[in-house]
Design a protein around this ligand. Structure first.
Ligand code: AFP
Length: 397
């Protein structure tokens, strides 16, 4: 059975048929569909054996489909919308994608290859680093530098920012958490890479201030989740798209075009073990989730403890993810540059909201590269509720 391109979410490339980037592939598609219809037409028969043979042939034909929207094609299509573009951003993204494939393969092999275990070092947050964290950090640093398109890198695993050698320097700054949720590695729970991309203000004067910009200045953000499948979710500021790695092709294929988060959700996601230390608005919000007074059903609680996985579910099913401030951690736990900003960027691009308890998350101006912030992000209406609770507290203060 072949499906229409629209059913596979490929309206985007058909809609841009005349774009030069698509022409060679479109020609391939036309030839392969012509061959397919010829094959099918020449085998029309009514006997059950012939129909079974036909069914098997259809599967074989599907297996050779060439009209897939790969992430590279998608990014090239996006590039054609910017006349001034010279392909630098596309090259940078292809190096990030390569890093994700590499880490995915290492994560899949972790149990077998005995990569799991402590590397014997602690990172800047004082956490013990796993071997996979170290490996993923090195993979991304190498991939990003070798793209020749980056000038400053900030990684969760490195206390200092990396300033790329002037000879290899490009115009982009990349902030990333190479392997987020690493405490989940040993039990095989989903983990991921999170990244955000800024444009350097002045290539001749590269300072740390280039990455201490509000999240709203990001050009693109995304994450790659290493779970039951490997899924890369990306926004270049024009909506959110999800791609799934086809291991047999080694390609990320567009499987979740134009992701929109439901306006209101039925799930809340928080580490309730911290409840005794929460502030008033957070405690009231969670109480409302469990014991709603407006006649609505209580929300379900889902918490994985791996931001990529919790945010991915929130993006697809709706609801709210919160990592609030508490008495022990007045700034929350999650890091602004490579956790809060990229996820907030994606949420807004998908029609949701992200709030710090004080302001729109993407308006925050960080002063340190490993700064933390409380975060409430998800469905528009759910975030509105927590905003109202903070506003009410403020007005009583
Ligand atoms: P690890 O990388 O140490 O596992 O931390 C994961 C994380 O940064 C983020 O992915 C989770 O949302 C959050 O921390 C979970 O924190 P708690 O364990 O305090 O709930």
């Amino acid at each position: 059975m072949t499906t229409k391109p629209e059913q596979r979410g490929e309206a985007t490339w058909r809609g841009s048929f005349d774009r030069s980037a698509d022409r060679p592939i479109s020609l391939l598609v036309l030839i392969s569909s012509a061959l397919l219809s010829y094959k099918r037409g020449s085998n029309i028969s009514s006997s059950p054996q012939a129909r079974e043979k036909q069914r098997i042939m259809d599967h074989a034909a599907d297996a050779h489909r060439t009209d897939l929207m790969t992430i590279t094609r998608h990014v090239l299509n996006e590039q054609t919308k910017h006349a001034e573009s010279r392909g630098d951003f596309t090259i940078l993204l292809s190096h990030i994608v390569l890093g994700c494939k590499f880490v995915c393969s290492a994560v899949n092999k972790a149990g077998l290859a005995k990569l799991i275990g402590l590397a014997g070092e602690t990172n800047v947050q004082g956490e013990e680093q796993k071997k996979l964290d170290v490996l993923s950090h090195e993979v991304f640093v190498n991939a990003l530098i070798s793209s020749g398109r980056t000038c400053i890198l900030v990684s969760e695993e490195d206390e200092e920012a990396t300033f790329v050698d002037p000879a290899l320097r490009g115009k982009y700054c990349v902030v990333f958490d190479p392997l987020d949720g690493s405490s989940n590695i040993d039990c095989g729970v989903s983990i991921g890479t999170i990244f955000g991309i800024y444009m350097v203000k002045d290539k001749n004067e590269v300072t740390i201030n280039n990455v201490l910009q509000p999240g709203k200045n990001m050009l693109a953000a995304g994450y790659c989740m290493y779970g039951s499948s490997c899924t890369l979710v990306l926004s270049t500021g024009n909506g959110v798209n999800g791609f799934t790695l086809d291991p047999s092709l080694g390609e990320f294929i567009l499987t979740h075009p134009n992701i929109k988060i439901p306006k209101k959700g039925k799930i809340y996601s928080v580490n309730e073990g911290n409840a005794k230390n929460w502030d008033g608005p957070t405690a009231k919000f969670v109480e409302k989730c469990k014991f709603p007074k407006d006649g609505s059903s209580p929300k379900s609680l889902r918490y994985i403890g791996s931001m990529v996985a919790d945010v991915h579910r929130t993006l697809l099913y709706g609801g709210i993810f919160l990592y609030p401030a508490d008495k022990k951690s007045p700034n929350g736990k999650l890091r602004v540059l490579y956790e809060v900003f990229p996820m907030s960027f994606l949420m807004e691009q998908a029609g949701g909201q992200a709030f710090t308890g004080k302001q729109r998350a993407l308006d925050l101006v960080p002063t340190k590269i490993h700064q933390r912030s409380p975060i409430f992000l998800g469905s528009y209406d759910d975030v509105e509720e927590i905003k109202a609770l903070y506003a009410a507290e403020e007005s009583h203060a």
